[in-house]
Design a binder for this molecule. Structure first.
Ligand code: HEM
Length: 186
């Protein structure tokens, strides 16, 4: 098992975190869109947002680990076959995905704590409210949260399509690398 990234290969820690977060993001997007359609009398009316907030906190912790891990073990170098445009757009896309994800996590926290209530993480412990400005805060954070969620999902799908293009059209190892496979020549 290769834990650390090398200059040519993603290690298993980065691979695991990448796919775990991707799965969590799509799951949370569907959960979030579904939970706002529930009526007060639905048995999931309270449970779904509690789950959404608790998983959101876990995503935050994993993202912090991901950022620290990036410094400890930087991602592999771009493939030599990439054009300058591919290198720049990939960097920009990865950076935007990170920023959008953190923006969603912070805005989610501000929606949930706008009325001064703390967030219970699976009933294990509480995340206290800090900034509390009722009304305006929940509305503004809510709009940011929704728009960033759409941005993240659309951008990550384009990013996924780019990975599939590398795999099926360019036939390089971009996608295989993200599954932890060693590099090939291209
Ligand atoms: C919400 C979903 C996703 C997010 C937030 C995301 C984010 C990222 C980020 C930040 C990187 C840079 C490396 C790192 O720091 O780990 C990356 C790399 C990568 N992602 Fe994703 N990703 C998502 C979904 C997908 C999907 C669906 C695919 C493929 C179908 C994919 C394929 C790849 C590949 C192949 C790389 C490596 C690119 C390279 O070597 O430069 N990702 N992703």
């Amino acid at each position: 098992m290769l834990l650390q990234n090398t200059s040519k290969q993603f290690g298993h820690v980065s691979v695991l975190i990448h796919w775990l977060i991707a799965l969590a993001v799509y799951g949370m997007f569907i959960l979030g869109l579904w939970m706002v359609t529930l009526s007060y009398y639905d048995s999931w009316y309270h449970r779904a947002p509690e789950l959404h907030k608790s998983i959101g906190f876990l995503i935050f912790i994993v993202m912090i680990i991901r950022v620290i891990w990036r410094f400890i073990s930087p991602p592999p170098k771009p493939l030599s076959s990439y054009s300058q445009l591919t290198r720049i757009s990939a960097k920009l896309a990865h950076f935007t995905l990170f920023i959008a994800l953190f923006g969603i996590l912070f805005s989610g926290y501000f929606i949930s704590t706008a009325d001064g209530q703390s967030i219970s993480v699976f009933g294990w412990f509480e995340i206290p409210a800090t900034l509390v400005k009722q009304g305006v805060q929940a509305d503004t954070a809510g709009i940011i949260h929704l728009y960033l969620a759409w941005l993240l999902v659309i951008l990550s799908l384009l990013h996924g399509l780019a990975a599939l293009k590398h795999h099926f059209i360019d036939r390089d190892s971009t996608l295989k690398r993200m599954f932890g496979f060693p590099p090939d020549t291209k």
